[in-house]
Design a protein around this ligand. Structure first.
Ligand SMILES: *Cc1c(COP(=O)(O)O)cnc(C)c1O
Length: 433
């Protein structure tokens, strides 16, 4: 046995890659590729690490489900008692379909529609994380129209640099998210005056794939300063929502464990005299990212001719997964590990440097560049740490049906989403008369 770094559920057994003991190439043959495969035990372990760290503190752990919103994934977390951080009415419906409770839902997002607000109010979500003055006013009107009270937090922008990729940094002044720190006091005063709103907390979320504790503590201090000012103004706050964003290991990152991060945050909260408050967290990636892989078969090898190499010719390994299946490399130039599902003897097939690319008609369609792999056509590769922002960002570009998804739970293999067929992709389209 030979476990992979950061992923104890993945290991080579006799040179064959297994996930919780299940042979991955065989799984790819059974269900077809591209195929997402998740470890239920890895997801549970990640959630339980947060729960353990929060023990003894009043808390609500909300899974930020945009990271992976398959119903079976939501069901798994709901059964562990987690709530959910949602960003659309569609996500609300998914939670309910999976057996989650509305009373444990926080509703985030800069562009909630009136219809989404109505749906969330009728279901009785725990809290709206409001991101602008205009949204606050509309929510007040909508709630009054429904004869209901909306529980609200304002998402404040603490203006700290999370030290992450610009596309996934959300807590800086120039970001579209949240209300400026300097305007929060006045907006809280307004929220208290507006009808049908009940101010219950404060919220921040500074970014994603954060690998250090420092930015969290900086943001926390800024939020606690505000809490003290808001309460001095006469608006009591019940909870602190400190967002998500904890990073995972894609290459050599060494993010803090949930234990270390939550421990440091609780220590600061208590030291500043706020330990009586309920603490909400909204982790997404760190609950599911390392639990999943994307399996893809090698279709063709297309090496450059020796004379082309000095002129920039590259060796292409063309696989059946593409940017529509896994967008992170194309969107953020994200580096994701790619390994062989079956390892050859060094003497049988030598390692060579390949650009692993998909069939989509875009030069940006690559999964990994300059990867040392020993591969032949027909082999299966596994893209690692693909459990978060993989399937949920998949599209149908090039009329490619989205991949199937499988969950391994206690040695049992469960198909949790069927592969889409082409007919399904255009079923809602109509020909002209
Ligand atoms: C995306 C998001 C999260 C989760 O971020 P991760 O990096 O996946 O942990 C939490 N809260 C809000 C408001 C989000 O938009």
């Amino acid at each position: 046995m030979n476990a992979l770094p950061g992923a104890p559920h993945l290991a080579y057994q006799q040179n064959r890659l297994t996930l919780d003991g299940v042979d991955l190439q065989a799984l790819g043959r059974q269900f077809g590729t591209p195929l997402y495969v998740y470890s239920a035990s890895a997801m549970r372990a990640a959630a339980q690490a947060y729960q353990k760290a929060l023990e003894g503190q009043p808390h609500l752990l909300c899974y930020a489900m945009k990271a992976n919103s398959n119903l079976a994934v939501l069901q798994l977390f709901a059964r562990l008692g987690l709530g959910f951080d949602i960003v659309s009415g569609g996500e609300l419906q998914r939670v309910l379909a999976a057996g989650g409770q509305a009373s444990k839902i926080v509703f985030s997002g800069v562009g909630k529609t009136r219809d989404e607000m109505v749906m969330a109010l009728r279901c009785g979500v725990r809290c709206f994380n409001v991101e602008s003055q205009a949204e606050l006013e509309v929510l007040s009107q909508v709630a009054a129209g429904e004869g209901l009270n909306a529980r609200v937090s304002l998402r404040v922008n603490p203006d700290v640099d999370a030290g992450t990729h610009p596309y996934i940094s959300t807590g800086l002044k120039g970001n579209k998210f949240g209300v400026a720190h300097g305007r929060a006091l006045e907006l809280y005063a307004q929220a208290r005056r507006l009808p049908s709103l009940e101010v219950v907390g404060i919220d921040c979320h500074i970014g994603s794939q954060i690998t250090e504790i420092g930015p969290y503590l900086d943001a926390l201090d800024r939020v606690l300063d505000l809490v003290e000012a808001i309460e001095a103004q006469g608006t009591p706050l019940h909870h602190l929502d400190l967002g998500g964003g904890l990073g995972i290991t894609y290459t050599d990152e060494q993010p803090p464990t949930p234990q270390a991060l939550v421990g440091a945050m609780l220590e600061r909260i208590r030291a500043r005299g706020h330990g009586h408050r309920e603490v909400f967290l909204e982790p997404g990636r760190s609950l599911v990212g390392n639990a999943g892989v994307l399996l893809t078969d090698v279709l063709y090898l297309k090496p450059a001719a020796p004379e082309e190499v000095p002129e920039g010719g590259r060796h292409f390994c063309i696989v059946d997964a593409a940017m529509n299946d896994l967008m992170r490399p194309a969107l953020y130039e994200a580096w994701m590990g790619i390994v062989e599902c079956v390892r050859y003897d060094e003497s049988a097939v030598a390692k060579q440097t390949w650009d692993v690319v998909g069939p989509v008609c875009e030069s940006g369609d690559w999964l990994g560049r300059d990867r040392a792999l020993a591969v032949q056509a027909g082999d299966t590769l596994a893209v690692l740490s693909a459990g978060a922002y993989g399937m949920t960002m998949a599209s149908n570009y090039n009329t490619r049906g989205r991949a199937a998804e499988v969950m391994i739970d206690g040695g049992q293999v469960h198909l949790i989403r069927e592969r889409e067929t082409a007919a399904e992709l255009f079923a809602k389209e109509r020909l002209l008369p």
